[in-house]
Design a protein around this ligand. Sequence first.
Ligand SMILES: [Zn+2]
Length: 114
Amino acid sequence: MAKYTSKINRIRTFALSLVFIGFIIMYIGLFFRNHPIFMAIFMVLGFLSIIASTVVYFLIGMLSTRAVQVVCPSCNKVTKILGKVDMCMYCREPLTLDKELEGKEFDESYNRSK
Ligand SMILES: [Zn+2]
């Protein structure tokens, strides 16, 4: 159960890790001060990573507007569903928009099968 998280949360974690990776790459670049070309490569890669995270954050914003808002039956907080099945962002309660899938075991493959 715990291996699943809400999709929006997962993308957000990914974007955040991109920022950290970007800073780490730029930091590594500082060790190549005597090799300006290497340093420049690391700086550019780090910068691109941070740009990518900005793009991902932007995509989260787009996805959030498309996600369906529901009140979680378990914790009564307003959460968002992406795709057919998703999880509550707060208590990880599996949620579905498809009545046929109600009561079935949570399975991410329902999002892909058509
Ligand atoms: Zn909940």
